[in-house]
Design a protein around this ligand. Structure first.
Ligand code: FES
Length: 106
């Protein structure tokens, strides 16, 4: 699926995210090197660091947050109403056209 990702410098990248590789949004950002190594995905996708926080800018209906994601975002910096943890968003066909912005590094 095609996803638009605004990086931390405000540059928008349109990337192809495969739906058949069991990847999440944090891994997509890393694989396209849209954030420097060590600034995203620090906990390895366990919903324990919030380095993968992003803002969902399109009106896609994403699956509900797990309790772990909700708890992590309750403690994170720069959280907005549309914040999600990228590592908890699995790449599925439903995400076609998704637009997200990476939250600032904290
Ligand atoms: Fe740590 Fe997502 S990678 S919370």
């Amino acid at each position: 699926v095609k996803i638009k990702i605004k990086d931390r410098d405000g540059v928008i990248h349109e990337v192809d995210a495969p739906t058949d590789m069991n990847m999440n949004l944090m891994e997509i950002v890393r694989s396209y090197e849209l954030a420097p190594e060590g600034t995203i995905g620090i906990c390895g996708g366990m919903a324990m660091c919030a380095s993968c926080q992003c803002y969902i800018e399109s009106d896609h209906q994403l699956p509900e947050m797990s309790d772990d994601e909700d708890a992590m975002l309750a403690e994170a910096f720069h959280v907005k109403d549309n914040s999600r943890l990228g590592c908890q968003i699995h790449i599925t066909e439903d995400l076609e056209g998704l637009e997200v912005e990476l939250a600032p590094e904290s």
